[in-house]
Design a protein around this ligand. Structure first.
Ligand SMILES: [Mg+2]
Length: 173
C-alpha cells in the first residue's frame, strides 16, 4: 500500500548539494555524468532512481517540492539526470518520472496547496520526504512528513511509507 502522491525535496534529499549555491551553471553531460561549469558532479543518491521507478510502477504520483532560489538549474538537473531502464521501460530523463514540479522559494505550505489544487488528492494521501525540520510545517495541512537527515535511501523511504500507513490506519479508525 502506498499513498496516492509522494513528494520529494531536492537538495540533500535527492542529491547531496544545494543547487543554488554549490553549483555553477550551465550544467552539462560529461560521459554518463552530469557536471557543472567547474566539473562538480550532480547526481542522485544511489537508491533514488530505483525508488522513483518503484513508485511509477505502483501508479503513485511523484512530485518535487523545493524552495531553491535556482529553479531553472534544478529543472535542468532533473532533465539531464537519467533514470536507468528496467524490463518494462527504457532509460529516460529523471524529469519525466515527475508528475509535477513545485520549485520556487518560500514556505512549502504554498507548494503543497498548489499540488492539492492541481491534483485534487487529499493531503493525507501525500507523503513528503525532506531533510529540513522546518518544512515539517506541511503537517498542518495533513501531509505526512518524513525527515531524511542523510538523504533518501531505501531504508528511509520504506520507513516513510510505514509511517504513512500507520497514520492512515489511525485516521480511518
Ligand atoms: Mg533540502
Amino acid at each position: 500500500m502506498f499513498p496516492k502522491l509522494v513528494a520529494f525535496d531536492l537538495d540533500y534529499t535527492l542529491w547531496n548539494l544545494w543547487i543554488d549555491t554549490h553549483v555553477t551553471g550551465p550544467l552539462r553531460k560529461s560521459g554518463d555524468a552530469v557536471v557543472d561549469a567547474h566539473g562538480v558532479p550532480v547526481e542522485f543518491y544511489s537508491d533514488v532512481p530505483d525508488i522513483l521507478r518503484r513508485l511509477r510502477g505502483q501508479g503513485v504520483l511523484i512530485a518535487a517540492c523545493s524552495r531553491t532560489h535556482a529553479p531553472p538549474m534544478a529543472r535542468q538537473a532533473l532533465q539531464l539526470l537519467r533514470v536507468p531502464g528496467n524490463d518494462d521501460e527504457a532509460e529516460k530523463p529523471a524529469i519525466e518520472l515527475f508528475d509535477d514540479l513545485q520549485i520556487y522559494p518560500g514556505s512549502k505550505l504554498t507548494h503543497f496547496r498548489a499540488l492539492h489544487a492541481k491534483t485534487g488528492i487529499p493531503y493525507k494521501q501525500m507523503l513528503f520526504f525532506d531533510d529540513e525540520p522546518r518544512n515539517r510545517e506541511v503537517e498542518k495541512l495533513g501531509v505526512v512528513f518524513h525527515l531524511t537527515p542523510t538523504g533518501v535511501d531505501n531504508a528511509t523511504f520504506d520507513a516513510g511509507v510505514e509511517a504513512w500507513k500507520k497514520r492512515i490506519s489511525k485516521s480511518a479508525a
